[in-house]
Design a protein around this ligand. Structure first.
Ligand code: SAM
Ligand code: SF4
Length: 474
């Protein structure tokens, strides 16, 4: 399909499609990963510089096991050096699975007659959110199929409803969205409703492959999807999450294309993606397995490469992956994971979904542990679970970039806010065993703030939380 800016009321040249297949293929074909070059590229990232497409291709093309291990070690070092040990937790909430598209890999596609369709009513959304709050969740991603019913007004209303629900000490402090691309007016509406990040995954950045997987419906328009974040920017929404669905096409191509997409956003708007997601295909109802399935080895390698290539961005890894892959990915700098995830509509608030029924869900998840089990494991491994939403509410946009570039930012804001939100979780929701581990870690983290007067300030706030105050942040 030809992309016509006028048709979508797009103002200027910035919004033209920017992926050049030949350019990406050239880098993949002609870049040689000799030892010195690989070491230089890793060092460039460790010096806190974003990598070019050519440099990223050097890492993608590296196959010598010793050099691949250096890439992995580089990502581990960058993570330790820059981000420390916080992990942000969230849950997806599927609001509606009606869909007019036919993505071959997805259980919700229109042609899948076995799919059981449902859209949550306001009362059902309320029950789901109360159940999520009872588990301790504070951050949600609302997820939708693409359907005329799920327009910007609907998403905006759901968002406002989600923020308004408060059960006990529970509340939702950040609502992110994963839904079809909107027009400029639509992005403006959801921005005004107070959404956090708007996530849209390009699925595959290769236009021919894209055509093959997306034969019908609005999603068949590659360019409309590719330029969605430009329209979001135009609408004042600069908090966007990009992604590719790994398994649809060559993984190296997708990694380079995401770096290209990042270049585009930086060059045009001076702000890169807030987050990058790299979902890997899992089974779905009546789905046909795509050709480019990515092995665990390549998958964890590509995560390490993404960390090095775009070192300032949040990396999200979901429960599509089994616990052991998630654990490895955390060491390479994944910064956000979901916990207690359920995909069946309405299943957080009912006893449904002991076993996944793929006719009622988008795809198979491979980590179905409860939020507390995920938190417990993080604590065991000395990660600091966080429900922090402070930057976004204090207007400190681009927080990942600040964490990365402003000296002392993490100790001044991220760690104390993680501690305060963990303290709330431990007091309100955690069983004794987790609570014990959590308070031990909090003590350790407080000492490592290396600033006695600030440490006292954080301790004072913890005391207030113990007395019943909530939602204290820096
Ligand atoms: N329907 C909207 C869209 O397609 O943009 C919202 C997103 S969809 C509900 C969430 C994402 O799930 C898709 O963008 C796709 O990357 C991913 N997905 C679809 N089928 C999948 C599968 N079988 N395994 C893993 N992820 C899948
Ligand atoms: Fe619909 Fe999204 Fe699934 Fe495609 S990925 S069939 S658009 S829900």
């Amino acid at each position: 399909m030809i992309f016509t800016p006028e048709k979508y009321k797009i103002k200027d040249e910035r919004m033209k499609p920017f992926i050049d297949v030949g350019e990406i293929e050239d880098y993949l074909k002609n870049t040689r990963p000799d030892r010195h070059r690989v070491i230089d590229v890793i060092q460039k990232s460790l010096d806190k510089n974003r990598l070019t497409m050519e440099e990223t291709a050097v890492l993608v093309n590296t196959t010598d096991p010793e050099l691949v291990e250096m890439i992995r070690e580089g990502a581990r070092e960058l993570k330790k050096k820059v981000y420390g040990n916080r992990i942000v937790l969230f849950a997806p909430l599927y609001v509606g699975n009606k869909c007019t598209n036919n993505c071959t890999y997805c259980g919700f596609r229109a042609a899948n007659k076995d799919a059981v369709r449902k859209t949550l009513t306001d009362d059902e959304i309320r029950s789901e959110i109360e159940a999520l709050q009872d588990n301790g969740q504070k951050r949600l991603v609302l997820v939708y199929g693409e359907h005329p019913e799920y327009d910007a007004d609907f998403i905006a209303r759901n968002t406002e409803l989600a923020y308004s629900i408060k059960k006990g000490n529970g509340e939702i402090r950040r609502v992110n969205i994963n839904a079809a691309p909107l027009d400029i007016e639509g992005f403006r509406k959801v921005h005004q409703a107070g959404i956090g990040t708007y996530q849209i995954f390009q699925e595959t950045y290769h236009p021919e492959a894209y055509k093959w997987y997306h034969k019908g419906g609005k999603k068949a328009n590659y360019d409309w999807r590719l330029t969605a974040f430009d329209r979001a920017q135009e609408a004042g929404l600069d908090d966007v999450g990009m992604g590719a669905l790994f398994g649809l096409y060559d993984w190296g191509f997708e990694v380079l294309a995401m770096v290209r997409h990042t270049n585009h956003l930086e060059a045009c708007y001076d702000v890169g993606p807030h987050t990058i997601s790299f979902p890997r295909i899992t089974a779905a109802s009546n789905y046909s397995r795509p050709e480019y399935m990515v092995s665990d080895e390549d998958f964890t390698k590509l995560i390490a490469i993404l960390r090095l290539a775009v070192p300032y961005t949040g990396l999200i890894l979901t429960a599509r992956e089994p616990a052991h892959i998630r654990a490895e990915a955390l060491s390479y700098g994944v910064s956000q994971i979901d916990g207690g995830t359920k995909l069946e509509l309405g299943s957080y608030s009912s006893a449904l979904n002991e076993e996944q029924d793929l006719n009622k869900e988008q795809f198979k998840i491979n980590d179905d542990r409860s939020l507390n089990d995920v938190i417990d494991e993080l604590l065991e491994k000395d990660f600091l679970p966080s429900f922090c939403t402070s930057c976004y509410r204090m207007g400190r946009t681009g927080e990942h970039f600040m964490e990365f570039s402003v000296p002392g930012f993490i100790k001044r804001f991220c760690t104390p806010n993680a501690i305060l939100t963990l303290a709330e979780y431990l007091l309100d929701y955690a069983p004794n065993d987790t609570s014990h581990k959590g308070w031990t870690l909090i003590e350790k983290e407080l000492k490592e703030l290396d600033n006695p007067s600030f440490e006292q300030e954080v301790r004072d706030r913890i005391e207030k939380i113990k007395q019943g105050e909530r939602d204290l942040y820096f």
